[in-house]
Design a protein around this ligand. Structure first.
Ligand code: GTP
Ligand code: SPV
Ligand code: MN
Length: 592
């Protein structure tokens, strides 16, 4: 039964039913009973497998098609009226042409299948930050994931009422044909259509498609921001909590930073870290003039490989119940899961992510796909913030940008001003990862970690950042930093220990925000004095000279970098904000 009387929802729903022609329609109400029935049905068809319920209660395993394991950026489109509105960093298709192509692919594709109608909220239901979406899908896997990642059910439709402010999301698995796979966004119509995929970021349409691509456009029009950022709170021994939002590209450490365990010395002093979000932040100015952030999601869709007891205890703990594992190895001895970097004891009697028999002790193949993932309820996280459900969000002390750069970018530096901070975000670059299909390890520009996620012209997006700053009292505006956990030595080893030890850098960042620590002025901004980064207790992992070396600003490398920035900026023509042009000039002068 339809969960709403909203005419705009019902009209669109009927149009889509007539297009895709399902045998059956099921509205998802968010109840445990319905979820359990869907789990049972998906187990029967083999779409998911029930794992050991004693060790992993409520946990299931799913394998996607081998050609469908990551986001497909080359098949992702922003279908705005004009190409200029999508800008030089997005693929663009004219809306009319895109609708025709997509409807041709989607037509009759639900024949013999069930349509699931998922009314969901991004953000706590009823929060002034929150927005509603309705996803139609022919995949129970998508339904079960959406039940973890978003707030689903009738309360969402009640919150929406008669409003037309909701995002239309159509997902059709079709035949998982790579050649006909398209992820298309129509920002001007609040519409997303995804066909021929079954992989997370391509089909959980509340996540990257809505909460970033469509929402970034909405934020531009409505005066707020949707960012690819984790949100964490750092509680000091006095009980004060500072919230930091950090933007790193896909598979560059957001989930890890968001729920890090403080190093021994910090724990002893009474420091605590609270996770508000691990991937997306929606940001608005609050009544007191500060910026506030909510996490629009309700779960974590985290990278499995590398997650272990030591690297990310809290993420691993989050996966111990109610979790869906995708494309990891299946340990047949005890019906659990395994992935590279979980422990040093790979199972011998297992099935790999492709569905083939696999012996982890002897095989040279990987057991889990490098972009294998877990979908876990946020409430499972041992350090979930008490503010997680706060409809007003949390006040932001600092923005942190960062990426994977083996060379060049220092461990941390601070911008000189808001506009310089926007420049620092705009010129971010990072090595590509397995989160998207294509080559791994290639350095590319990824402004604010939003390259694949900005739903409009990146030049306008930068101007929006500048305008947001202009509307803030500088005393209340978050300070802006850049970090790089991934500097490598000449042998290719990471110089910085990373993970929990990253708190040492966040500690410096907060001290800077409080005006408690000095810094050295360099051509790129303020860099710490090595003595001011606390490396007590990790002298065996990094000495002060190595630390100094990764705080270094190499002028000749930065000159080459500034040429690359100029080349990148040139793509935006007159959409490039004047303020960023000036910042580039300043950088060049500083390097002379
Ligand atoms: P998405 O979910 O794709 O947006 O990724 P993410 O940004 O949340 O990345 P995540 O925290 O899942 O980390 C991705 C990979 O980076 C994992 O293999 C981690 O082990 C590794 N990683 C995370 N933090 C660090 C760090 O501080 N140092 C090093 N060397 N590796 C790290
Ligand atoms: C990312 O790639 O940044 C992710 C995973 O967080 S996905 O949902 O696939 O986009
Ligand atoms: Mn992400």
């Amino acid at each position: 039964m339809a969960l709403t009387t909203n005419k705009t929802v019902l009209r669109w729903f009927e149009d889509m039913v007539n297009l895709v022609k399902p045998d059956r329609v099921v509205w998802i109400d968010g109840s445990d009973e319905q979820r359990d029935a869907l789990r049972a049905e998906a187990c029967k068809t083999g779409e998911i497998e029930k794992l050991n319920q004693e060790l992993l209660p409520g946990c299931y395993l799913h394998r996607t098609a081998v050609n469908d394991v990551a986001r497909v950026e080359h098949r992702t489109f922003i279908c705005s009226e004009t190409q200029d509105e999508a800008g030089p960093t997005n693929n663009w298709m004219a809306p009319g042409e895109a609708y025709k192509m997509l409807y041709d692919i989607a037509r009759d594709s639900y024949k013999g299948r069930t349509m699931y109608v998922i009314p969901y909220s991004m953000g706590p239901v009823g929060s002034p930050f929150s927005k509603v979406g309705v996803e139609l899908t022919d995949s129970i896997y998508v339904v079960l994931n959406m039940l973890i990642m978003t707030r689903v059910g009738k309360s969402v439709m009640d919150f929406l009422g008669d409003s037309d402010d909701w995002v239309r999301c159509l997902h059709c698995k079709c035949d998982i044909d790579e050649e006909k796979r398209y992820i298309c966004h129509f920002p001007q119509d609040n519409t997303i259509i995804s066909v021929n995929s079954g992989y997370g970021g391509n089909v959980l349409l509340g996540k990257k498609c809505f909460a970033l691509r469509i929402a970034s456009y909405q934020g531009w029009k409505e005066g707020w921001q949707a960012e690819h950022m984790l949100i964490l709170g750092i509680e000091n021994p006095q009980g004060e909590i500072h919230y930091i939002c950090a933007a790193f590209p896909s598979a560059c450490g957001k989930t890890n930073l968001a729920m890090l365990i403080p190093p021994e010395g910090y724990l002893k002093k009474g420091y605590k870290v609270w996770c508000v979000g691990d991937d997306i932040a929606w940001i608005r100015k609050g009544p007191d003039g500060r910026l506030y952030a909510i996490n629009p999601e309700n779960g974590f869709f985290g990278v499995a490989p590398g997650t272990n007891e030591k690297s990310n205890y809290n993420a691993l703990a989050s996966t111990r119940k109610g979790t869906i594992f995708t494309n990891v190895a299946h340990n047949l001895d005890n019906n659990t899961v395994w992935w590279e970097g979980l422990d040093n004891n790979p199972p011998e009697n297992a099935i790999d992510w492709k569905g083939n028999p696999w012996n982890g002790k002897t095989s040279s193949e990987k057991g889990a796909n490098p972009n294998s993932r877990f979908t876990s309820p946020a409430v499972n996280c041992p350090c979930i913030s008490s503010e997680f459900e706060n409809p007003a969000g949390v006040p932001i002390t600092a923005f942190v940008f960062g990426g994977r750069r083996a060379k060049l970018a220092p461990l941390v530096y601070q911008s000189r001003s808001w506009n310089h901070g926007v420049f620092v975000g705009a010129v971010m670059a990072s090595e590509t990862t397995a989160a998207a299909a294509g080559a791994v390890g290639v350095v590319r520009r990824d402004p604010m970690a939003m390259l694949p996620f900005c739903g409009y012209n990146m030049g306008d997006y930068w101007q929006h950042w500048i305008d947001i700053g202009a509307g803030l009292d500088p005393a209340k505006a978050p300070k802006v930093f850049n970090v790089n956990w991934f500097r490598k030595d000449d042998e290719g080893n990471f110089c910085w220990p990373g993970f929990g030890d990253n708190l040492r850098v966040l500690d410096w960042i907060i001290s800077r925000c409080e005006g408690k620590v000095d810094a050295q002025e360099t051509p790129i901004g303020y860099v710490p004095f090595a003595e001011d980064i606390n490396i007590e207790g990790i002298e065996d992992k990094i000495d002060i000279d190595t630390l100094r070396s990764i705080l270094d600003v190499d002028k000749s490398l930065w000159k080459t970098e500034s040429d690359g920035i100029a080349e990148f900026f040139a793509k935006f023509g007159d959409r490039l904000p004047e303020a960023l042009k000036q910042e580039l000039e300043t950088l060049k002068e500083n390097l002379e």
